[in-house]
Ligand binder design. Structure first.
Ligand SMILES: [Zn+2]
Length: 284
């Protein structure tokens, strides 16, 4: 077995280890929300692995864990490698975590070989990417990029706990979120290894792909307004049913976006019937 495969196996095994309690809030699936004891436990173990791999590890002011492996010269700009360590409910053991453990293992391989590169490597475990607890997805990487809005601190989770309160409970200062920003001169590039969350590679029999574009979501809400009528006596030609109109709109989106390779349109819709029509509401 080649060294590369050993690295991959170890990174995967570490994700498996972190797929259960105390790294998960649930016993039967992985749930690791931002700023929870499960998140804290994951950061502690990642810190241990980073230290083992010859890195110094610190938690930044946004709740990210950052491990650093120096280059040939101290304080050289760094290649950042990382992904998110939080997980939505049943997000799977490798979503995000694999991008962190692979980074650690790459550094471990360099460290084992006694090699230093002309640049430093930093491995980052982002705290919140998924909006797993607060409706503020990617707040932590935005903080690193210097584009976070401090107003996110006012957002609350399902229990009414604000992000500021959760920060304080985690030992973080909610007023220092923006201090996690990295200066451009400190960073060479960012590399993220991530599981594919679609079926394309599998359909093409490929193990690995390099992204050339990334999904940027744009969510629109479209309201189709109709008029309720008697199911039996209203002639088809005089009906104003919003269901078929919505169906035609969905098909139009597919028709327009389908041929463009880099565009993927997904239409999800739920129907909400206003008033009390005499005919039953359709299923969605
Ligand atoms: Zn992910």
């Amino acid at each position: 077995m080649s060294e590369q495969f050993k690295i991959g196996d170890r990174a995967k095994a570490r994700c498996d280890l972190m797929g259960v309690s105390p790294y998960s809030e649930a016993d039967d699936m992985l749930v690791r929300r931002f700023l929870t004891p499960a998140h804290d436990a994951a950061l502690d173990t990642l810190t241990f692995w980073m230290t083992q791999a010859g890195m110094t590890a610190r938690r930044d002011t946004a709740g990210n864990l950052v491990g650093r492996y120096e280059g040939l010269t101290p304080d050289a700009p760094a290649l950042l490698i990382g992904s998110h360590i939080d997980s939505v409910r049943n997000g799977g053991r490798y979503d995000g975590a694999l991008g962190v453990t692979l980074g650690i293992d790459c550094v471990q391989a360099l460290s084992d070989a006694g090699r230093r590169l002309p640049f430093a490597i930093e491995v980052i475990a982002f705290g919140d990417e998924e909006g797993s607890r607060f409706p503020a997805s990617m707040a932590c990487s935005r903080a690193v990029a210097g584009t976070v809005d401090p107003a996110v601190m006012e957002m609350t989770d399902a229990d009414g706990v604000s992000l500021a309160e959760a920060f304080a409970a985690f030992g973080l200062d909610p007023t220092r979120l923006e201090e996690a920003a990295r200066r451009p001169g400190e960073v060479l590039a960012f590399l993220e290894a991530h599981i594919e969350q679609g079926p394309v590679l599998e359909a093409e029999g490929l193990a690995l792909g390099v992204v050339t574009a990334i999904a940027a979501q744009k969510r629109l809400m479209v309201r189709f307004t109709g008029l309720a009528g008697h199911a039996g006596t209203t002639p088809m030609g005089l009906r104003k049913d919003p269901g078929p109109a919505a169906a035609e709109a969905i098909l139009a989106v597919e028709r327009i976006c389908g041929p463009l390779a880099i565009w993927r349109a997904r239409t999800g819709w739920s129907a909400r019937w206003a008033g009390s029509p005499p005919c039953p509401a359709p299923s969605t």
